[in-house]
Every structure is written in C-alpha cells, then in structure tokens.
Design a protein around this ligand. Sequence first.
Ligand code: FAD
Length: 317
Amino acid sequence: MSVLVYIESENGKFKKASYEAASYAKGVADQLGASVTAVTINAENNEVLGTYGVSKVLQVNNDQLSKFNADAYADVIAQAAKNEDAKVVVLGQTANDKYVAPIIAVNLEAGYASNVVALPESTSPFTVKRNAFTNKAFNFTTISSDVKIVGVAKNAYGVKENETSAAVEDFSPSLDASDFSVNVESVDKATDKVTIADAEIVVSGGRGLKGPENWDMIENLAETLGAATACSKPVSDMGWRPHSEHVGQTGKPVAANLYIAVGISGAIQHLAGINASKYKVVINNDPEAPFFKAADYGIVGDAFEVVPQLNEKLKEF
Ligand code: FAD
C-alpha cells in the first residue's frame, strides 16, 4: 500500500506547493506505515522528490499532456493510484489541483477533503482538519470511502525535508479520445513580473495611496523583493490598477510567505482573501486601522515616507 501524491509542474519545473504536498504525503504515510509514490507529468529532475520523502516516482512523459487538461490529468492520477493500490491521494491546492481533484474523486469513487491544514487527527476513521468560512473557522471531516483524496492548503503544513532516495519509473497510462473531449485554452501573457499565484512575497496597495500616479513606490519595493504587486478592490474598481491585481474575497486569494499591505484598511472582505499568508506586514498612518489586528508586524506611518525608506534599506541587503 502506498500514499500517492500528485506533483504539479509547469514547463518541466515543479511548483513549490507540490513540495508541501509531498511532505504532507510522507507524514500520512508514516501514520499508515506506508511509503510515498509520486506521479509527475512531463517533469524534469524527478529524483529530487526523494528530498521530500517520496520513495518512488511514476514519471509520465507524453506529448498529448504537454498542456494542462483536467480530464486527462485526472485520469492519469487515478490510474497511478490504482496501479499503486493507493488508499490516500494527496494534492496541493493550486487552481489546477482544485480542478482535477473532484474528477479523480469521481473516477475512484473516493471522498475528497479540500483545504486540509494538518495531518489526519486519526486514520481510522480517517479524519482531517480543514479551513472553513474563508479561513475564519476549522472543521473536522471524516472520509469513509475506501480511497481518500486530500487537498493540502498552501502554507498550512510546510515543506519538510525527509531525505529518502526516490526510484524513478516510467508510467504509461492508457488515454483515449474521451480524455481530451474538453479543451480549455489558456494564454500566458508575456511579462517579466511575478504572478500573484506563484509569488512568495506580495506587495499590495490600497486607497491610502491616493492615486495611480503613486504606484511607482509599490512597484519599486516589489522589484527589490522579487515580489508580485496586488491591490484592494476599490483600487481596481477605480481603474488605478488592473483587475488581475485585485485580491480578497471577490478577487484572487493570496497565500504568500510575506504579504505587505500599504494604505489598506483591512476590511473583512480583503482579509478573507489574504489571511492564508504566513507573515502579514501592514503600513498605515491610522493606528486604529483594523488591519493591525491581523498583522504580524505593523508600521504606523505615512506610506509616502515609510515605503521609499524601507526600499532603500532593503536594497542594502
Ligand atoms: P480604505 O478602506 O479607504 O482604506 C485606506 C486606508 O489607507 C485607511 O486605513 C487609511 O488609514 C490608510 N491611509 C490613508 N492615507 C495613508 C497614508 N498616507 N499612508 C498610509 N496609510 C494611509 N475589498 C478588497 O480589498 N477585496 C475584496 O475582494 C473585496 N470584496 C468585497 C466584497 C463585498 C461583497 C463587499 C461589500 C466589499 C468588498 N471589498 C473588498 C471592499 C472592502 O469592504 C473595503 O471597502 C476595501 O477593502 C477597502 O479598500 P482600502 O483598504 O484600499 O480602502
């Protein structure tokens, strides 16, 4: 018996969230007295997964799978799970993971728990702790099906190194036309900027910045830190910044290591989208701004003075 983990990659390179999924899978495998098998699709350097506790890698190299296709990818992962007699299948919670997990659940007649934040409370019955209500509460979910599917919330478990040597095997799932009956085209805009979804650090600006002409200081700070830029909803509604930068309950979710909020009050709808971030730093000239209650570090001050000084200081490192 093994625990199967799907390791997502893009252009052959593994996504960081997948290392967290692998670490989590190793934790579950230790609880069950099992080993971890990973399945990868058109990825390079599969051996490196041993660092995160993976004993065996099923590598799929198939040109038909060069672009993400939810049905086909789910079929590959389900076939790998059957091949390994996996009782637990672990994924991250990237957009693609969230897309394929329910399809795998249907294929394997398995229960699926998303947004899982810790190792199972118990493995019999199989009970996991999950985020609920946009991370404001937890619940415990028991999966009673034979095979269990677990989606690990980003930054919840962390990446743990479990030095193991990974044996890499070729795996050739059988795919047919039905796997490719739906095709969703995705177009990547050519940009040298870090995207919010992949960013380790996000620098975000709110209405306190007064107007779009003042965004240079946000861009400069982001460039120094190798960060993505984001904004509050009113900022994108007013057209100061593109809608793609709007984060929060009705915008993009952010689960960065570091989220720096400049001139953002910290309304509940904003916090709902960013509170999965590990460290939150707030810069606001109002000491009563609600964001300070959610912050790990705060600077009470005028953003127009604090941000350029912070940027100059950071450039020294
Ligand atoms: P403000 O609330 O105007 O805050 C500006 C802040 O800047 C203040 O705290 C002020 O003290 C500070 N400031 C002013 N000048 C300076 C200065 N010189 N230096 C430093 N600080 C300064 N909002 C989102 O962001 N994302 C969402 O997804 C979202 N979804 C919503 C969904 C619904 C259904 C609703 C009703 C609202 C939603 N909102 C969302 C809006 C949300 O309620 C707030 O109105 C919004 O987040 C406020 O944006 P802000 O903090 O940029 O502006």
